[in-house]
Ligand binder design. Sequence first.
Ligand code: KE4
Length: 426
Amino acid sequence: MLYQRSSALFDEAKKYIPGGVNSPVRAFKSVGGVPVFMNSAKGAYLTDEDQRTYIDYINSWGPAILGHTHPEVLAAIQDQAQKGFSFGTPTHLETQIAKLIVDNVPNIDQVRMVSSGTEACMSAIRLARGVTNRDKLIKFEGCYHGHSDSFLIKAGSGAATFGNPNSPGVTPGTAKDTLVARYNDLEHVKSLFEANTQAIAAVIIEPIAGNMGCVLPEPGFLQGLRALCDQFGALLIFDEVMTGFRLAFGGAQELLGVKADLVTFGKVIGGGMPVGAFAGSKAIMDHLAPNGAVYQAGTLSGNPLAMRAGLVTLGVILNDTEFYSRLSSTTETLAREISSVFNEKGISHVINRQGSMMSVFFDSEEVKDFDQAAKANHAVFNEFFHHMLSEGIYLPPSGYETWFISAAIQQRELDRTLEAVSRFKS
Ligand code: KE4
């Protein structure tokens, strides 16, 4: 029986871990079936507990951009581990990665490290509220900024997948300060500002959305947000936990030429180890303790192992001038070839792609916001997911997620993936 060991491990996990998982989207709840328990990974491949291998298109939800267990990252972690795991003191490594980020990401002077994207976005909002002395924030339906209370209002990713975009446990007092707009709807944002002229601390957005599936900003949308934030005195926060160092070394700010006041990071900057970060001008970041009054802290923030893994990961990318063009070209080929197979089969679909992020939506002409993403045929996506899984291709287990292509995906993996797609019967 397929997934025999995963099935037994899932039964055991459910005894001790809520839902058998430590992050809901791993549970396969929306696609159905038994979540596959992985045992190891190398390059473009995952190996499960039944010793089956898969070509990996989630790459730990983004961090494994180089592919799994990249030799230079592995050696760096092993070397750093010999020196100790965590000190709770400043280390030079933290300055080195902060400098690398500051030197390469536009419009920032300083970086504060944390241990997850949730912490990064939660801290960025607190900082924006502290700096502006305002309470409200604007987020976008279908965007996901981690699971802190202010963001679990019409959230994307797993929250959308499981149909609880507004989570219980978030108090009305918190929810009232979160205003939600439609992605790509500048008039909606403008109306929220006009109805709350002096009350909005920040607008937070995924500049290329990845948590309602991949959804791209319409031309002028982000520029319009910049202008509205300037007009009404709010900060513009780019949540680049997913896009940072994936789309370009300077992230979406560099790629799209729009200046954010605060930028959050995660995933790639840790190379697979737990890391998040938020960054901005010195004038804004000086409001943070210990210099300023806005408190934020973390026992494992700047953990040496994570810093070393991130430094080496970013170093490999920075030293390869063709890294992003190759990655984007691989993804463009994958998207184009999948689309031509589906067109031959008469399967209605649309593929949204930016760089090495892409999503396939079925029964859809265009997906430019969450409503359109929700209208796509997720039942067909679920069939497609399980077909590909049975063919040894591991896709994100939800139509509200983005595929992440790693540099380890070569022609051999593309060929195998497209052969699997060609055998799909909806
Ligand atoms: P984490 O707290 O999961 O490290 O980061 C939260 C976060 C913040 N901002 C963006 C744009 C994100 O995509 C994320 C996390 N992404 C999801 C995948 N869509 C993480 C996967 C999971 O929840 O298990």
